[in-house]
Design a protein around this ligand. Structure first.
Ligand code: GDP
Length: 319
């Protein structure tokens, strides 16, 4: 069994996702000396948007003890219907990160619902417990109720909850007992998120997002579902409509820290980036050269805007 955990992270804007991921990267000390920390990481999609590519999540990956944890960013909001589902398909578990004062926001309901419906195991992170007037217990109750209303399974309702302050760099199973590091969260991930299964057989990988490099052009990103993918391997690209294109893998990368490292083989369960596949689209399957088998096609919605009209239950309402 490979020791891999693939987790998606869901957070309302400003609830502390960037800060937390930054702290995780630090704790697993992946930063090389020349790399800057700070805003960076998950928030810099603007460039890609400008180029008109519908991106996409940034993957980061850390090694914790003997486990590789792939952290998959999700678009926090409901205006990327199909994208959310695709991205979540790379994960076996989900971290719902919430501000200990504001609680879960209606905007993250859609993504949370999708994650639960896909059967992902949730871990709740109640962040910012250093804030005055925070109400971590109420937030926990609120999230329990939310999951219940979203028809979470019993196992999903039995979610672990971790409290802490990303800003101060600690996570704990008890918000009244601060620690000095964020390892309680990583331990919870390793203990509770199912390991990525290894599926034997011929290659199957669904392209769930893409990256772009001015040197090599478009890069296909996805999770290897079955078998293994290798550098220079002749493969079949199965388009969403079933059309078949014979092609070849040129270069192969896995995620490490904030970047990617070149490799020669990626086995099922891990997430990788593939260079050399011409003419791919999101949702296509990269499969065996001789006996290609398509993975179920995922629905690609046009970006839509889902608005939720709810009562104003903000503690500031009326003030
Ligand atoms: P993101 O939009 O979810 O990526 O949120 P950021 O990580 O950018 O954080 C938003 C703001 O909340 C920043 O000003 C952070 O410094 C602050 N913040 C993040 N985590 C904490 C925390 O645990 N406690 C407090 N007090 N502030 C935090």
């Amino acid at each position: 069994m490979q020791k891999i955990r693939n987790i998606a992270i869901i957070a309302h804007v400003d609830h502390g996702k960037t800060t937390l991921v930054d702290k995780i990267l630090h704790a697993c000390s992946i930063f090389r000396d020349n790399e800057q920390t700070g805003e960076l990481i998950l928030d810099n999609n603007d460039l890609e948007r400008e180029r008109g590519i519908t991106i996409v999540s940034k993957n980061v990956s850390v090694q914790y003890k003997d486990v590789k944890i792939n952290i998959i960013d999700t678009p926090g909001h409901a205006d990327f219907g199909g994208e959310v589902e695709r991205v979540l398909k790379m994960a076996d578990g989900v971290l719902l990160l919430c501000d200990a004062f504001e609680g879960a926001m209606p905007q993250t309901r859609f993504v949370t619902q999708k994650a639960l419906a896909l059967g992902l195991k949730p871990i709740v992170v109640v962040n910012k417990v250093d804030k005055e007037n925070c109400r971590p217990e109420e937030v926990y109750e609120q999230i329990f109720e939310l999951f219940f209303n979203l028809e979470a399974t019993e196992d999903q309702l039995d979610f672990p909850v971790i409290y802490g302050s990303s800003k101060q760099g600690w996570m704990s199973t008890d918000w009244k007992v601060p620690t000095t590091d964020i390892f309680a969260l990583l331990d919870a991930v390793v203990a509770n998120i199912p390991p990525a299964p290894t599926n034997d057989g011929t290659l199957q990988m669904q392209i769930t997002s893409l990256d772009y490099s001015s040197f090599v052009g478009r890069i296909a990103i996805g999770r290897v579902h079955r078998g293994a993918i290798k550098e220079n391997q002749p493969v079949t690209l199965i388009k969403r409509d079933g059309k078949i294109v014979k092609t070849r893998v040129k270069e192969l990368y896995t995620f490490e820290g904030l970047g990617k490292i070149r490799t020669t083989e990626v086995k099922s369960g891990d997430i990788c980036a593939v260079v050399g596949i011409d003419g791919f689209d999101i949702g296509d399957t990269i499969a065996d050269f001789e006996a290609p088998e398509q993975l179920p096609v995922i629905k690609i919605d046009e970006p839509t805007m889902n608005m939720l009209f709810t009562i104003n239950n903000s503690p500031f309402f009326g003030k």
